[in-house]
Design a protein around this ligand. Structure first.
Ligand code: SAH
Ligand code: SF4
Ligand code: F3S
Length: 461
């Protein structure tokens, strides 16, 4: 009988990808993914350590799972409880000290070793497994090929880890050194994803544009070259990449935005702060104007390119003037969307030891101001779409019956009345209304197999 596997994922898209790969590794062992933890034979919590609340969420989830684990044991079964991801890597054995009913704790670079770890856990209940090694072999070479029939929009990790050591950030410690998967491996995974129904692939990496992988015929490629090769995969209509770092935005990648039509005109380019003093203290190794210049070059390559970013307010020592500089940068760049966070002191990072921590109330006020500006810009960006016709990749059901939800090239959510069979296809949608977080429109052309479909939706044939 199939064993039930429940995986819960927090954090970045790379964790989403990793969760799928863990399910891929466990499938040959008889584990089938289910969508609730009740009576599961194994539960994996794939965690994130980036900000404070992340690990608190882990422990409250563990608290909720414990009775389910007990119930399963009382019924004569066993629920293996596992903690994976960045909290597992950062806290290791500490997790078991706080939650001794956890069976396995293992870090992101050990996922290919899951079959062994599960076999050990299954043999010896009570013998804890804590694996936070950075193995010499690379997991990507040893994970089974993805089985993902993952829907029209798929993630593909090409790069992992970080050598940049921003002073606030745990990622270099939880993910290890920068690693780039070889191009041939990436291309074959992309072909599999497309064969499984993917129309769009988002290339993932903690610094995805630092990717420099072995080329299929010797030498190395950069991300721009890889994207050009991916553009030749038949059926792959859209290519995206995230998260990129300003320092790794090279000429060839920028040129790819001008030359590769499948490369979507939307770049998530974190900047964190608009103050050079704070950027230096963060060890970002670029100035605010460097960021402005990169944005100019991207827009020179592709005029309709939209930017998103990440921001931290309240980094230690941040003054009102520093914060004003951040607001100025946001106004200059006109981000179409963004994530913004209060600085969170992370154990073991250099910034956590700095004096001059910014009071909570000041951080909260700055975050509110910044978010108000970002939302204002996002709303204006969305409003400018009204009356335009944009291609939308429909990838899920909409709010209402008879509606589908999809994404514009600029990552906007778009609702439209559409038959379910258009899910997984790209259709032209005339935008009729816009809010801060989504657009609504009407399908105008291209996507209909029959005139009857078109007539049913009121589209002129
Ligand atoms: N590699 C990417 C970011 C990865 S982490 C880059 O360099 O831009 C994702 C985002 O989380 C960061 O961009 C940052 O805005 C935020 N973040 C990371 N550490 C943080 C911390 N200690 N406190 C608050 N936000 C943080
Ligand atoms: Fe963290 Fe900086 Fe690396 Fe991004 S570049 S993952 S923020 S250390
Ligand atoms: Fe979180 Fe680790 Fe991603 S800390 S953001 S899950 S790299």
């Amino acid at each position: 009988m199939a064993k039930k596997l429940f995986v819960r994922t927090w954090g970045c898209q790379m964790n989403v990808y990793d969760s799928q790969r863990m399910a891929d590794v466990l499938a040959p062992l008889g584990y089938e993914t289910v969508d609730a933890p009740d009576a599961a034979d194994m539960v994996i919590l794939n965690t994130c350590h980036i900000r404070e609340k992340a690990s608190e969420k882990l422990f409250s989830e563990l608290g909720r799972l414990r009775p389910l684990q007990t119930e399963k044991a009382q019924a004569g079964g066993r629920m293996i409880l596992a903690v994976a991801g960045c909290v597992a890597q950062a806290e290791g054995a500490e997790i078991r000290a706080r939650a001794p009913f956890v069976d396995m704790v293992f870090g992101p670079q050990t996922y290919h070793q899951l079959p062994e770890m599960v076999a050990r856990a299954a043999r010896a209940a009570g013998e804890p497994i804590v694996n936070t090694d950075f193995p010499v072999e690379n997991k990507f070479d040893l994970l089974p090929e993805t089985t993902a029939a993952g829907g029209p929009s798929a993630f593909l990790s090409v790069q992992e880890g970080c050598d940049k050591f921003c002073t606030f950030c745990v990622v270099p410690y939880t993910r290890g050194a920068e690693y780039s998967r070889p191009a041939a491996q990436v291309l074959s995974e992309a072909r599999r994803l497309v064969a499984g129904g993917a129309v769009e692939i988002t290339l993932l990496g903690q610094n995805v544009n630092a990717w420099h992988g072995d080329a299929p015929a010797g030498g190395t490629w950069g991300l721009g070259r890889l994207i050009r090769a991916l553009a030749e995969v038949p059926g792959l209509a859209r290519i995206r990449y995230t998260t990129s770092h300003p320092r790794d935005m090279d000429d060839d990648l920028i040129a790819a935005h001008a030359e590769v039509p499948q490369l979507m005109p939307f770049v998530h380019l974190p900047v964190q702060s608009g103050s050079d003093r704070i950027l230096a203290a963060m060890n970002r190794k670029h100035r605010a104007d460097d960021y402005r210049r990169i944005v100019d070059r991207l827009r020179a390559a592709r005029a309709d390119l939209a930017l998103s970013g990440d921001f931290i307010v309240g980094f230690p020592g941040e003054t009102d003037a520093d914060f004003e500089a951040t607001l100025r940068l946001v106004r200059d760049v006109q981000h179409a969307s963004a994530y913004s966070f209060k600085y969170s002191a992370r154990p073991g990072t250099p910034a956590s030891g700095l004096g001059d921590q910014v009071p909570e109330a000041v951080m909260a006020a700055r975050l509110e101001t910044l978010q108000a500006l970002l939302i204002e810009q996002q709303t204006a960006f969305n409003a400018a779409m009204v009356g335009r016709t944009v291609p939308v990749l429909f990838d899920r059901r909409g709010r209402r019956a008879g509606q589908l939800l999809g994404k514009s090239p600029w990552m906007q959510s778009v609702h439209a009345d559409a038959p379910a069979r258009l899910s997984g296809t790209i259709a032209d949608v005339r935008i009729e209304a816009a809010g801060p977080n989504s657009l609504t429109g009407r399908i105008v052309t291209g996507a209909f197999a029959s005139g009857a479909d078109a007539a049913a939706l009121g589209v002129p044939a």
